[in-house]
Design a protein around this ligand. Structure first.
Ligand SMILES: Nc1nc2c(ncn2[C@@H]2O[C@H](COP(=O)(O)OP(=O)(O)OP(=O)(O)O)[C@@H](O)[C@H]2O)c(=O)[nH]1
Length: 160
């Protein structure tokens, strides 16, 4: 799914969430220190590493979740009708799976980790604000040392 479809899907989801006052979580997932994967193994292996992470995301989400590549080594998951505790649990499972399942090629075992920012659509005024909140939480996860899930709260500072 391309990012324009994600934006459309988000707008639709946000209207539905507000209409039915349902919960809906949005997460941004970013591969940690991915530049060093490219630098160490080359760009082609880097591409395979991105596909490997995408497969783990697909396997660990259900049919109501929207999984999309948000550009570069970043992904986005929209999780409708799930409260934040369920979403946190799922994202923690995903984080652990990625840490435990290296990309195995003929020549290498490449272990990767991801940082994840999570936000609630209900707490945002628009889907783009929800994305910003998730991005702020992601920045918090990177700042705190990477390989973790951070949920947005208003004490987190946004990257300038
Ligand atoms: N192989 C490959 N590399 C990509 C692709 N898209 C982005 N990248 C690379 O991803 C890397 C992202 O690097 P940075 O944004 O500096 O971040 P990082 O090294 O992942 O470090 P942190 O995010 O701070 O943990 C850059 O080297 C990009 O060239 C892609 O489609 N394929």
């Amino acid at each position: 799914m391309c990012s324009i479809d994600v934006v459309k899907a988000l707008e639709k989801e946000h209207s539905t969430v507000k209409l039915f006052k349902g919960e809906c979580a949005i997460a941004i997932i970013d591969i940690d220190r991915f530049k060093s994967v490219n630098d160490t193994y080359g760009h082609d292996i880097g591409d395979r590493a991105i596909k490997h992470i995408a497969e783990i995301l697909q396997v660990n989400t259900n049919s109501t979740d929207i999984v999309a590549r948000a550009g570069g080594e970043e992904f986005c998951i929209v999780m409708p009708q799930q409260d934040m505790q369920q979403s946190l649990f799922k994202l923690e499972q995903i984080r652990k799976q990625i840490e435990l399942k290296p990309l195995v090629t003929d020549d290498y075992h490449i272990q990767m980790t991801v940082s994840i920012g999570l936000a609630s659509m209900l707490e945002a005024n628009s889907s783009s604000q929800a994305m910003k909140f998730a991005d702020t939480a992601l920045y918090g996860a990177k700042e705190a040392g990477r390989n973790r899930v951070v949920q947005y709260n208003n004490r987190l500072k946004r990257k300038s």
